[in-house]
Ligand binder design. Sequence first.
Ligand code: GLP
Length: 270
Amino acid sequence: MRLIVQEDYQSLSEWIAYYVASRIKKASLSLSQPFILGLPTGSSPFGMYQCLIELYKKGIVSFENVITFNMDEYVGLPENHSQSYHYFMWNNFFDHINIKAENVNILNGNAKDLDAECERFETKIKTLGGIDLFLGGIGPDGHIAFNEPGSSLTSRTRVKTLTTDTIIANSRFFNSDINQVPQTALTVGVGTIMDAKEVLIMVNGHNKARALAQGIEGPVSQMWTISALQMHPNSIIVCDELACNELKVGTYRYFKDIEKKNLDYKTLLS
Ligand code: GLP
């Protein structure tokens, strides 16, 4: 696992956007197949999306040959609800780039048969040859996508009941009213994420510090689903200084040292 420590949220967002753009560009040179990108929502990826839109507008990256799969979606929220992940993705990203609408895949949280919807999603990912790069954030309890503590580390896309912790954390998007937050969601599983060729998780802010330390220094455990990344052959966590607060000094210095030549985002596209 790599850990890239960035100064603040802005440089974290730029680093990740440049990294994603470099991966898409590299794939477009060497492959005739589309690049398959897994995407998150939440406040953490917002800056990265802004930066990717700028890179697209400057002609540095194109999404013409990119197929996306989103990690998760609430159950029962209309797609045009301001807090649905459909709305978030179109409003904050897809509407501003040249992606083809048919290349966007977001779980349908209003499907009549939710289990069948999850199976369809998994099958489509497999049919396309798997996800090249899966991006994600984490919750303060270390969850990736909506894989709450206790989720099997081999889980696949499914319906998941949200924990009270997550409902409280996400109520900030629902007028701080926990009763407005959906109780269930569709989410890719930890196993679905682990099958990606590469996984990049972004972690910013002091409130994620404990989860970051557990993910990097703790044992692999279903109680901190982020820790599954320790078993992935090609995973990167990009964090900011605030999120490092609970890391051991030695861990922090070790990653700062071995990654010192890779911290400048501008080198990623050169
Ligand atoms: C939700 C999403 C996760 C996301 C997490 C953190 O629970 N399902 O995918 O990583 O929130 O969100 P934020 O980035 O807003 O802290």
